[in-house]
Design a protein around this ligand. Structure first.
Ligand code: SF4
Ligand code: SF4
Length: 260
C-alpha cells in the first residue's frame, strides 16, 4: 500500500476509486489473458507478505530473503523495497506461476490479491487520518474489466481475502511514510541502523533473536504480557517491530515500547 501525499496524487496513473465508487472487473480461468499478468512484474512484497510466504513455503526468513526476493532502494527513498524475484526466462514469469495459475494462490501476496487495483493511503494534511484510495489500472491485455461484476474498494479486498493484508499494510505504510525523509545521517542507508530496521521489518526469525538475546530489553521497557506474545506470535512481533523502528529511528514513542 502506497503512502501518497495530496500534492502527488495526480501523478499516479489509473482511475481513482474511493469510498462507495464502483468498478467492473472479474478474473477467471478461461479468459484468453489468464496468467499473462503474472510475468515481468515489479511485485512489491510487504512485511506481512514475507511472513505469510516463508510460512507457506516452510522456510526461514533468511532463506526466503536470499532466494526469492530482490531488495532495491528506489530513487529519493530512504528505506529499501522488497520485490518478488521473477524468473530468468525470456518472459520473466513469476516463479510461482504455472500453466494452471498461481502455485501459492491461497498465500499470494497482497498486491496479487487486489490486482488490478492498487491501494494507497492518501495523507491529506499533518495529523489527519489518512484516507483509503484505489487506483484501477488493468494492463491493456487484461479482459477482466469487460466482465460484468461490480465492486467497491471494500467488497473487492474482502472477496480476495485481502482484509488482513490491508490492515497490516496500512500499519506498515505509516512507518514507510516516515522514510520520505532521510534519518540515516552520515551512515547512509547501508549502515548498521538501517540494517537493523530492515531486519525488524522483514526478518522475524532474526528480529526475535535480537529482541531476546541482545541488550535491547535492558535499554527499552516492554510489558511482560507483550513480551510473552511476541515470543511465539510472528504477526505480533512484526507489529512490535514497526513500533520499535518508529522509536529507534525516529524517536516516536508508543504504548508498546519506551526507553528505560
Ligand atoms: S490479465 Fe486480468 S483478467 Fe487476465 S488473468 Fe490477469 S488479472 Fe485476470
Ligand atoms: S504470486 Fe501468484 S498471483 Fe502473484 S504474480 Fe506470482 S503467480 Fe501471479
Amino acid at each position: 500500500m502506497k503512502s501518497i501525499k495530496l500534492e502527488d496524487i495526480e501523478q499516479i496513473s489509473g482511475k481513482q476509486i474511493k469510498g462507495v465508487d464502483r468498478f467492473l472487473f472479474r478474473c477467471r480461468p478461461g479468459l484468453a489473458c489468464f496468467n499473462q499478468c503474472c510475468r515481468n512484474l515489479n511485485l512489491f512484497l510487504y512485511p506481512y507478505d514475507v511472513l505469510q510466504l516463508k510460512k507457506a513455503l516452510g522456510i526461514s526468513a533468511d532463506v526466503f530473503l536470499e532466494e526469492y526476493v530482490d531488495v532495491v532502494m528506489r530513487k529519493d527513498n530512504f528505506f529499501p523495497d522488497v520485490l518478488l524475484r521473477m524468473s530468468d526466462d525470456q518472459e520473466h514469469a513469476c516463479i510461482f506461476s504455472d500453466a494452471s495459475g498461481c502455485r501459492i494462490y491461497k498465500d499470494r501476496p497482497y498486491t496479487c490479491r487486489t490486482f488490478p487495483v492498487e491501494y494507497g493511503l492518501q495523507y491529506p494534511a499533518e495529523n489527519r487520518t489518512p484516507e483509503l484510495i484505489g487506483f484501477f489500472r488493468p494492463p491493456e491485455f487484461c479482459l477482466g474489466p469487460h466482465e460484468v461484476h461490480e465492486w467497491t474498494l471494500q467488497t473487492w479486498s474482502s472477496d480476495q481475502g485481502a482484509t488482513k493484508h490491508q490492515q497490516m499494510s496500512r500499519k506498515w505504510s505509516q512507518v514507510k511514510y516516515l522514510f520520505q525523509k532521510n534519518p540515516w545521517g552520515h551512515e547512509g542507508p547501508q549502515g548498521n541502523r538501517a540494517k537493523m530496521a530492515f531486519m525488524a521489518s522483514y526478518n522475524m526469525d532474526a528480529f526475535r533473536g535480537f529482541v531476546f538475546e541482545s541488550s535491547l530489553l535492558k535499554r527499552y521497557k516492554v510489558k511482560t504480557d507483550l513480551l510473552k506474545k511476541i515470543q511465539r506470535d510472528d504477526v505480533a512481533l512484526m507489529l512490535f517491530g514497526f513500533d520499535w523502528i518508529k522509536l529507534f529511528v525516529w524517536g516516536v514513542p508508543s504504548k508498546k515500547i519506551r526507553l528505560r
